[in-house]
Design a protein around this ligand. Structure first.
Ligand code: IPE
Ligand code: IPE
Ligand code: MG
Length: 259
């Protein structure tokens, strides 16, 4: 076991020197929904003696790259954890920058997303975002709402526990008003009260930067996802890493409790 753990920890990205191509990856089933905890921006910047926000800025370039690749692979939903309900604990200057990032990102890439038929969605506590952040994301949602290609779902001011509690409260309210009968709360009905609503559950979860935890991300929806972790920091995450994660996903046996 110890040996296995060490092997995992010391594993370098692409240590096999294997080069993955879109064509070979496409020969096997592509995960429909991929969720990514984009972590390590701060450490990427620190290593370069740069302010943490430089890492966040660099990270947006990777968002663009991976979105393009996921779209061309035929991924249906790409969910990206951009800001958690716990990230408000960070220094105000960093939070302020993170709240400007959607504008910065969308100003540059929205035309591209429109052209590439991507639908932008946002899940999280949108109401408590600063007005300027809310406006930027809402504009992107509106401008891409006629697209029917890949869903690019940003988890922004998102926390899974908050999401679940909100769902429970909405269910109670709907029961009180008679919209929902008490005995009607099944797993499927419960899912429709979550922020993912009609989205399928993630098939594959990727987390970068060597951190191995969920950090309050999609606790309900990740019940049967395959997890893939890499030591690579998000700003260094490449197309090869993404293809490698999918390649490993394709080799896993998903049993969903069966045999
Ligand atoms: C992920 O990078 C981005 C956000 C959480 C917004 P971090 O900022 O968490 O980077 P590290 O973990 O401090 O390196
Ligand atoms: C999770 O990363 C949130 C995002 C990637 C947006 P954090 O860096 O905030 O997680 P912890 O604090 O290390 O658990
Ligand atoms: Mg982090």
């Amino acid at each position: 076991m110890l040996h296995k753990l060490n092997f995992w920890k010391n594993r370098k990205p692409n240590s096999s020197e294997q080069v993955y191509t879109i064509d070979t990856i496409k020969k096997n089933p592509i995960p429909e929904h991929i969720a990514i905890i984009m972590d390590g921006n701060g450490r990427w910047a620190q290593k370069r003696a740069l302010p943490r926000i430089a890492g966040h800025h660099e990270g947006t370039k990777v968002v663009r790259k991976i979105t393009k690749l996921a779209n061309s692979l035929g991924v249906k939903v790409l969910t990206l954890y951009a800001f958690s309900t716990e990230n408000w604990k960070r220094p105000k200057s960093e939070v302020d920058y993170l709240m400007k990032l959607p504008e910065e990102f969308l100003q540059t890439f929205l035309p591209e997303l429109i052209k590439e038929n991507v639908q932008v969605r946002v899940m999280g506590m949108k109401d408590s975002l600063p007005e300027h952040t809310f406006r930027a994301v809402q504009n992107a949602i509106n401008k891409t709402s006629d697209n029917d290609g890949m869903i690019l779902n940003f988890a922004l001011n998102y926390g899974s526990r908050n999401e679940i509690v909100q769902a429970v409260n909405s269910i109670i309210a709907d029961q009180k008003s008679g919209i929902l009968k008490e005995e009607e709360v099944t797993e499927d009905i419960f899912s429709t009260y979550l922020m993912t609503q009609e989205l399928s559950d993630p098939d594959l979860l990727i987390r970068t930067s060597g951190v191995v935890r969920l950090s309050n991300f999609m606790l309900w929806q990740l019940s049967y996802a395959e997890f893939w972790f890499t030591e690579t920091l998000w700003p260094d995450f490449s197309e090869q890493h993404f293809l490698e994660a999918i390649d490993e996903f394709q080799k896993r046996a998903r049993r969903f409790g069966g045999v």
